[in-house]
Design a protein around this ligand. Structure first.
Ligand code: NDP
Length: 444
């Protein structure tokens, strides 16, 4: 058995019941195989892959809080600090009932390579809780966030670990978390990103992941001599990433005809109305069933179905494993040209393989959605110099970072004989920088 296969087997054995983590490790290690083969003796001796797949530390804690009826509730909190070879741990917090240690580890592992790809000095981490903010009052969300931070604060810091938002953690949650950190530490530090603009947030951070996804997609298509203008797109999700992906796609001259949430999906042949979507999701925090009230020509469907619509480009922006082999077959049958991932690991391994085999241009999450964390790092830079940059300055830097990611991934793939494989290219480019730093820093 080769080194890569040995380490995959070891990860599966040592981390039972964590299928998403196994999936993320397999995807990365199998695509960097040519690099590992070239350096096998050195990497084996230094146990590079064993160290890379074992987090620096994983923290699990109790989060008790009181609901509006006076009942005490208990949730589980997590922070996985995966790798700090190139900078302080950086990665979002996810609040969703499906959260468990395996999901946080898959996200933290992916984050190592994504953060490396941005070319900014940030290591990989991720955290969250099985708390569900849906249907909770603002007071309940605040009570939960304050309790969560009362434990988390001792593990994070502006030079140690800087969390941000993710599913279920937006501006409201970051505000409550930051307030509690400041109160406990008595320090105004850049310990969270995605903050509000009045207290250290960066312009364009809210839009960054969605905008970055479209800058990446535009450049990747350009590399393949295709113009994004005039193309029809499918977007899944209706949260932070989806909303701003749709907005930027429209600005670039494409038309997005779908979006979805965890109960159903919308088809709007005239193009999704972003303002209506923002009103429903960001203001009312309501279901997508409301969309038809704003756009009578649209259709609402219960359940899944976004990937059955005919389009040129698919942008999954909801959650992991939301695009499976059957969906990939439907997309290919409908002539899709490109799939670029806004969510983290939205395509199953089988779906990714099928799309690539059928000539679909495939932009993997860790490259395509890196704009969010990149802009978080820009927020840290602004906080460190106690200045705020203009929207245009942040947006221009974001765009340049996404363009560089496309070309760095492309060149890495070519160097290892895998031209056009942007999954391998992203993994290799991200991996090489981290491994170089790990080797330089000795056995730690
Ligand atoms: P949000 O919570 O803002 O939105 C998530 C959207 O996906 C919602 O529409 C939600 O539906 C839907 N969704 C969530 N879970 C499921 C599920 N199990 N089944 C079906 N639909 C689901 O999160 P974000 O937009 O911030 O995150 C979306 C994805 O992008 C995640 O994979 C996240 O890790 C990734 N990402 C986010 C970044 C960011 O900066 N925010 C950065 C990089 C990646 P509903 O409204 O019903 O809850």
């Amino acid at each position: 058995m080769g080194y890569v296969d040995e380490v995959i087997a070891r990860v599966i054995e040592k981390n039972p019941g964590q299928p998403e983590f196994h999936q993320a490790v397999k995807e990365v290690l199998e695509t960097i195989r040519p690099v590992v083969d070239r350096h096998e003796e050195q990497y084996r001796k230094l146990a590079i892959l064993e160290r890379l797949t074992e987090p620096d530390r994983q923290i699990r804690f109790r989060v008790p809080w009181v609901d509006d009826k006076g009942q005490v509730q208990v949730n589980v909190g997590y922070r996985v600090q995966f790798n700090s070879a190139i900078g302080p741990y950086k990665g979002g917090l996810r609040f969703h009932p499906s959260v468990n240690i395996g999901i946080i580890k898959f996200l933290g592992f992916e984050q190592i390579f994504k953060n490396s790809l941005t070319s900014l000095p940030i290591g990989g981490g991720k955290g969250g809780s099985d708390f569900d903010p849906k249907g909770k009052s603002d007071r309940e969300v605040m009570a939960f966030c304050q309790s969560f931070m009362t434990e988390l604060f001792r593990h994070i810091g502006p030079d140690t670990d800087v969390p941000a938002g993710d599913i279920g953690v937006g501006g409201r949650e970051i505000g409550f978390l930051y307030g509690q950190y400041k109160r406990i530490r008595d320090a105004y530090e850049s310990v969270l990103t995605g903050k509000g603009l009045t207290y250290g947030g960066s312009l364009a951070r809210t839009e960054a992941t969605g905008y970055g996804l479209l800058y990446y997609t535009e450049e990747l298509l350009k590399l393949n001599n295709i113009d994004i203008a005039g193309k029809t797109c499918l977007v899944s999700g209706a949260g932070n990433v989806a909303i701003y992906a749709i907005q930027k796609a429209h600005q670039l001259g494409a038309k997005v005809v779908t979006c979805s949430d965890s109960t159903g999906w919308v088809y709007d042949p005239d193009g999704i109305d972003v303002e209506a979507l923002r009103e429903i999701k960001e203001v009312q925090r309501a279901r997508l069933t409301e969309y038809k009230k704003y756009r009578p020509n649209s259709e609402y469907h219960d359940g899944r179905g976004v990937w059955s619509v005919k389009a040129d480009i698919a942008l999954p922006c909801a959650t992991q494993n939301e695009l499976d082999l059957d969906d990939a077959k439907a997309l290919v049958a409908n002539g899709v040209i490109a799939v670029c991932e806004g969510a983290n690991m939205p395509s199953t391994l089988e779906a990714t393989a099928y799309l690539k085999e059928h000539g679909v241009i495939f932009g993997p999450a860790k490259a395509a959605n890196a704009g969010g964390v990149a802009t978080s790092a820009l927020e840290m830079s602004q906080n460190a110099e106690r200045l705020s940059w203009t929207f245009e300055e942040v947006d221009a830097r974001l765009k340049q970072i996404m363009v560089n990611i496309v070309h760095n991934s492309d060149e890495a793939a070519k160097e290892y004989g895998m031209e056009g494989d942007y999954v391998a290219g992203a993994n290799i480019a991200g991996f090489l920088k981290v491994v170089d730093a790990m080797i330089a820093q000795g056995v730690v």
